[in-house]
Write a protein of this length. Structure first.
Length: 349
């Protein structure tokens, strides 16, 4: 992504402003190559527990806006978390945030990325302006400003790995998943085909969940439930350390009442938000009527979903939407939260 800070005014690390009360804050999460003060910075904007970032590369006709677990850069990207800065109180509801992000996804295509004039920090600033009326601190993107004002943007691009022809695969905004998603890092598949050892859990995300440490709960087999008084749906975002081939999903739920009845699975779709996953984009595999089987006296139920092996080869990223829908095919609102546990992916590398 892009870079910063030649101004001596910022000699000391900038401390995060502390928010007061329970009001949701718009936060900019800042990364550097070293994890400390640097001339170059990458950023993402965090709101409602989700971080939105912008990058180039990959399908240049698709959106460059992706979401990730807050303060966890993609593996192999070359960035390390530096600090989080509270910009201002959020002025939008959760549905309004989703609508704004959806609009910006069409405006910020992967092919429009430019290290100096349209980078991740420009996106963070633009999104922040729409969500809270204030931009991110100017020092985060100072290097790009210097490049434009002095006419040396081309030299900066070459130094950071992006030539005049577009994204060149350097450290600039490797939000597409880095070396791990490209299959360049060795992983580990269990003897039973369990792909848990291949998942990059440090970069995984679980959206619309109740409580903290949802990723660790999912990894360890503990129950993960959707938020109380919210829609009965969960979105799992699972990057892999190396490319794998998926054959099946095995899940359990504490009870049939808490189990999802519709599961959508997406191969290598990194740009999904909850609206996309709930029907806005066609899934790679769709299970609209999941069959659950009682597995013991405690009321727990299990399900095994086999996927078309050919559609899930060269898999670097997996998104799974777990939902309990009403009679109209919409996520239930305000009822019993949807819940899963003992989640397992089966396949090989």
């Amino acid at each position: 992504c892009s870079r910063n800070r030649n101004n001596s005014e910022h000699c000391e690390p900038v401390q995060s402003k502390m928010s007061s009360g329970a009001q949701e804050m718009v936060k900019v999460n800042v990364y550097s190559p070293t994890g400390g003060q640097h001339v170059a910075y990458h950023s993402g904007l965090e709101v409602y527990g989700v971080e939105y970032v912008f990058g180039g590369g990959g399908n240049t006709g698709g959106s460059g806006v992706t979401l990730q677990r807050p303060r966890v850069p993609p593996p192999g990207s070359g960035w390390t978390f530096y600090q989080s800065y509270d910009v201002a109180p959020l002025r939008a509801s959760r549905p309004e945030v989703e609508r704004i992000v959806q609009e910006m996804r069409s405006e910020w295509s992967s092919g429009s990325y430019d290290l100096v004039s349209r980078n991740c920090n420009h996106f963070s600033d633009a999104l922040s302006q729409r969500l809270c009326g204030q931009g991110i601190p100017k020092w985060v993107n100072a290097l790009a400003g210097v490049g434009n004002s002095l006419g040396v943007g081309g030299l900066i691009k070459q130094a950071m790995g992006q030539g005049s022809g577009g994204y060149g695969g350097g450290k600039a905004d490797a939000s597409a998943g880095g070396l791990g998603a490209a299959g360049l890092v060795a992983g580990n598949v269990g003897a039973d085909g369990n792909l848990s050892g291949e998942v990059d859990w440090s970069s995984a995300g679980v959206l619309n969940v109740d409580g903290e440490d949802a990723v660790e709960k999912l990894r360890s087999g503990s129950a993960v439930a959707s938020e109380e008084d919210a829609s009965a749906e969960i979105l799992l975002l699972l990057p892999f350390k190396t490319q794998v081939k998926l054959q099946a999903l095995q899940l359990s739920a504490p009870s049939a009442d808490q189990a999802p009845n519709h599961i959508r699975v997406f191969a290598n779709e990194r740009n999904l938000d909850m609206n996309d996953a709930a029907g806005g984009i066609a899934p790679t595999a769709d299970f609209p009527k999941v069959t659950w089987t009682a597995s013991g006296p405690d009321g727990a139920v299990t399900a095994k979903l086999e996927v078309n092996f050919l559609k899930f080869q060269n898999l670097g990223f997996l998104a799974i939407h777990l939902c309990r829908e009403d009679d109209d095919g919409l996520p239930e609102e305000g009822g019993t939260p949807v819940c899963v546990q003992s989640f397992q992916l089966v396949g090989k590398n």
